[in-house]
Design a protein around this ligand. Sequence first.
Ligand code: IPE
Ligand code: IPE
Ligand code: MG
Length: 254
Amino acid sequence: MSQRVGTKARTIREDAERLGIDLDRLPRHIAIIMDGNGRWAQRRGLGRLLGHREGYRALRSVLLHVAELGVPYLTVYAFSAENWRRPTEEVSGLMKLIERAARDELDVMHRNNVRVRFIGRMDGLPHGLRDAILQGVETTRGNTGVTFTLAINYGGRAEIVDAVRSIVASGVPPEAIDEETIRRHLYQPDLPDPDLMIRTAGEMRWSNFLIWQSAYCELYVTDVAWPDFSKDELLEAIHTFQHRVRKFGGVPEA
Ligand code: IPE
Ligand code: IPE
Ligand code: MG
């Protein structure tokens, strides 16, 4: 897949610059709703789980591209708090796939200086998956490259409920609560708000992802299904992002 200039493979940073991407203005935090695995499989007459397996391959490559580009934060929606509504075989297949992926990829992630994080309700997950995630987080704790946050059994509303519970439990008086208080009680308080949210497979909705944090992020929706999301798609999303005018309620800077 990599094109060659002379004898040397072009890096993704070189590809980005050729597309007119300003490497000094990359989004600090990219969040991805990896949707369309099921449709990708169905179109090929395959079972949905095969679509999820291809989706894992796509994620593996996107993570390495993001790391190489130098984007500091990547957060991906792997399983929502609402995805338990799916057929049991799909849910258990997904849990096994995510667990295996977490174990199999740990070495590669560690070698690439990736720091793994988790958001979601951990106690609802199978023990094996919990162990795999905790091991990933622990092993990569000291890494200084991209912070890769996995949202599993994650719901934006559930996160806000959990934040409110922990604020109340901490005994903060109501008048002392502001937006900063809520932010500090989210699952990963150090995670900056996403700048760019990518959704594959065309649906124009948030599906309960990072509800609090995405108040001002730029949304980019592509019709491409997640298993087909490539390096070029990633660069296209970043390129589009760099042409957006972010105003945060104000007027654009001169
Ligand atoms: C996204 O793909 C992956 C998960 C939700 C786990 P889908 O499985 O939602 O794919 P579609 O939307 O049915 O095509
Ligand atoms: C969002 O996709 C969840 C993940 C990508 C993990 P869904 O496929 O679950 O979203 P809806 O049901 O179309 O809103
Ligand atoms: Mg879907």
